[in-house]
Design a protein around this ligand. Sequence first.
Ligand SMILES: [Zn+2]
Length: 281
Amino acid sequence: MLLRSLQTRYIRRMLLPRKSDLIWLLILIFAALTPKALAQEISLPAKLPGQKVIVLDPGHGGHDLGAVGPSGLAEKSLTLALAQEIKDILSGAYTVYLTRDGDYWVDIEKRTAIANHLRADVFVSLHAGGSFHHKAGGMAIYYFCPGTTQGLSLQQEENTVGAIDTLRLWDDIQAVHAAKSKLLADIVHRQLLAKLNPMDRGIHKAPCSVLRGADMPAILFEIGYVSHPAEEKELRDSSVLAAVAEAVSQGIREFFRQQGGCLSARDMIEEDIGTGRGAAW
Ligand SMILES: [Zn+2]
């Protein structure tokens, strides 16, 4: 009887994998599938050799509406519309990806992982502000600094707290790019002030979690407050959105130029049209 019981136990052990084996098997499967799955999900357009890569991150999506204005404008729709406008302007001269191209949610850390996976030269996360104080308004640009969440909007604080543990290993990565991220913020900010007349909240350092693990110059642009009735009305205006997209695009072009890269032929033509100088060649 004892022998039979031992035999049964031995056969079970041989046939049924142990719990630790299953865990290792799952880890190996996950490790093998993740980069492939990520690449498939993002659908890679053709990239010309030497072409700069820009990753735009429309904030929120799916169940996460972001801030919602008094007449119902959702931040998630606004950020996606702005990202698509910027993509339309810059595509061709640059390779441009969106972290989401529809109304669905993407994890905060995955947004940054997409930019790293694609080896982006620039990462721009797009948001809008929301506040219980309907007078709160204005556009702002953030670049990353570790530390307190003071000065962040409510949603950014929530994101920071949620993702801080998973991204701890990457804490120092964005610090390497701090000077260039600040330069990118300065240049985009200047373009926004030149092309629009916004209520300006300026440039801030903040521990935005979506920027934390980005291994390239990265900024978070808050286009305005959808909770502010007048700003919500403006942000619904497609000509305002087009002007903001043009300013951000011009800021990115200018940033690349200051980094020493050559302008593409399309850049030169667009610059000449923009300044009214006319093509000189
Ligand atoms: Zn947001």
